[in-house]
Design a protein. Structure first.
Ligand SMILES: C[S@@+](CC[C@H](N)C(=O)[O-])C[C@H]1O[C@@H](n2cnc3c(N)ncnc32)[C@H](O)[C@@H]1O
Length: 216
């Protein structure tokens, strides 16, 4: 199994009910069911073809009544009191729009593919708590956020941009991610750019350099 999926699974825990929104293959639901972490799992996807993959993988559990499938957009068809909701592999703005249309889950694991800052801002502006928030590497860099519907997390501007745990723990993956981003921006700065865009890129490179030097 890919490291990304293994890492997501390691963040899941025993619950009375679990929903895997945008489940596609259904590997994380399989982890919950095969390890006896939940006996009330919903696999959900907006695509019939994706859902079929998870239904096939989990047919044994569907027959046993431990897993049901839901063809739907976002949180449609997912009970608001589901104890743990996973949304992984979608853009951060797509996750925000799913939450706006639906609800903030009691407990969540979100793994946005981009726009993590906007997802952090939405979660904290809506009263959620963020308990884990870090970057990891599996052929490319990913962010993951875990938390609860209600919390008292307050982030600084740098924490919104980089994630609290990254700034505190300074993992090798996070520091390598910053260095890679700065390398890409340095290449951009060699080309022709409007003055405002150049200034914006320079400012974010400086912020990353400060974090890399441990000055944040
Ligand atoms: C890249 S796959 C990620 C699959 C799995 N969650 C993972 O992390 O490996 C994204 C899945 O989300 C589904 N999806 C995209 N937008 C969705 C939405 N608004 N509601 C439900 N599912 C959605 C897609 O059909 C696809 O199966």
């Amino acid at each position: 199994m890919k490291k990304r999926i293994e890492l997501l699974c390691s963040l899941l825990f025993p619950v009375s009910s679990f929903a895997d929104v945008g489940c596609d293959h259904g590997y994380c639901s399989e982890y919950m069911l095969s390890n006896g972490l939940c006996e009330d799992v919903i696999i959900s996807d907006v695509s019939r073809g994706s859902l079929k993959k998870a239904e096939t993988l989990l047919s044994r559990y569907v027959k046993e009544g431990k897993c049901r499938s839901n063809l739907g957009d976002g949180l449609r068809g997912i009970p608001k009191e589901t104890e743990l909701v996973l949304i992984a592999g979608m853009g951060g703005m797509e996750i925000v729009s799913i939450l706006k249309e639906g609800f903030l889950p009691k407990n969540f694991v979100f793994q946005p593919m981009k726009n993590t800052k906007e997802l952090r801002q939405f979660l904290l502006a809506n009263g959620a708590g963020i308990e884990r928030d870090f970057t990891f590497f599996d052929e490319k860099y990913y962010d993951v956020l875990c938390g609860t519907r209600k919390g008292d997390t307050i982030y600084s501007p740098l924490e919104y941009e980089f994630g609290r745990e990254n700034l505190r723990e300074r993992s090798a993956d996070f520091l390598a991610f910053l260095a890679e981003k700065n390398k890409r921006d340095a290449a951009l700065l060699k080309g022709e750019l409007p003055a405002a865009a150049r200034e914006e890129i320079c400012a974010r490179v400086r912020r990353r350099e400060e974090v890399l030097r441990g000055c944040s």
